[in-house]
Design a binder for this molecule. Structure first.
Ligand SMILES: [Zn+2]
Ligand SMILES: [Zn+2]
Length: 283
């Protein structure tokens, strides 16, 4: 029973990503369908969608949700005590360098990957996004696990400067790590080609779950303190979510929050009486 519930809990994350990406893709399809776009407009679009969503979602979490005491208490996923750390404030130089990196990667990715048009079929798009999130999770798991080995750890230590975590820690990484993580994320589109509407949707939702995963809150996609535990304990929980960590036995069991789509953790609580995070003390 526990195994089935765990499986449902992790599959739920994939389904949420698949559905959310499909909805956002439909919006992009509707907006872009009648517009003739060339290579450079696609690069600009991809870059701007990524950057605008990154900053706006991050600011919404940090300056919106976290400043509201009721929401913050309700959504906090953190269970382990963490020493509060100051986070670096944005500098103009940092933002400009970040945007140059993002623009160049958009340019290189779209230049190298072949373009395909996948249309607006709901089923086809949902299947594609489901395949992409499971693949991205696996590729990230392998790369992240390797970055924790003795030989490659140096590349990854910048990201771990923060044990306390906040949304924008998602973007705090060394240049080499940025390249590795970007590569693991876009691998399927080098093989299967890119559709700009799918790519833009993926970029928005990718930013959303990445920022949420670092925010110490459980808002929609991440119903646990999964990545929070990775930052506080340093080892274990190498994936985006627990699926591959469970497969490869590296899971540091997260505290599950009651879910939005399927009440997996609630069923678990009722049937097995395992704790849900509402019962635990937030710090
Ligand atoms: Zn790590
Ligand atoms: Zn992290």
């Amino acid at each position: 029973m526990q195994k089935i519930l765990n499986f449902c809990f992790e599959i739920k994350f994939y389904l949420k990503i698949g559905i959310a990406c499909t909805i956002v893709q439909q919006i992009f399809y509707f907006l872009l369908n009648n517009i003739e776009s060339n290579f450079i407009t696609q690069v600009l679009l991809y870059w701007l969608v990524g950057s605008i969503s990154f900053y706006s979602i991050g600011i919404l979490i940090e300056k919106g949700i976290k400043t509201n005491d009721v929401l913050r208490d309700k959504l906090t996923a953190r269970v382990n005590k963490v020493r509060n750390q100051p986070f670096p404030s944005f500098s103009l130089k940092g933002i400009i360098i970040g945007e140059i990196k993002a623009f160049l990667s958009a340019l290189i990715i779209l230049y190298l990957a072949p373009e395909v048009h996948r249309g607006n079929s709901l089923l086809l798009n949902f299947g594609w996004f489901l395949m992409r999130i499971v693949t991205a999770d696996f590729c990230f798991y392998v790369a992240h696990w390797l970055l924790h080995t003795r030989f490659l750890q140096k590349i990854h230590l910048k990201h771990h400067e923060f044990r306390d975590s906040s949304s924008f820690v998602a973007g705090h990484k060394s240049f080499v790590e940025y390249i590795i993580v970007t590569l693991t994320d876009v691998l399927p589109i080098f093989i299967f080609g890119y559709d700009i509407t799918q790519l833009s949707a993926w970029s928005v939702i990718g930013n959303a779950y990445n920022l949420e995963g670092h925010s110490s809150l459980s808002i929609f996609f991440i119903p646990s303190d999964f990545h929070d535990l990775h930052h506080t304990c340093f080892n274990g929980n190498y994936g985006i979510q627990g699926f591959w960590d469970r497969v490869f036995n590296t899971l540091n069991p997260p505290t599950k929050k009651p879910g939005i789509m399927f009440p997996v953790s609630l069923i678990e609580y009722i049937t097995i009486k395992s704790p849900i995070s509402n019962d635990t003390k937030n710090t």
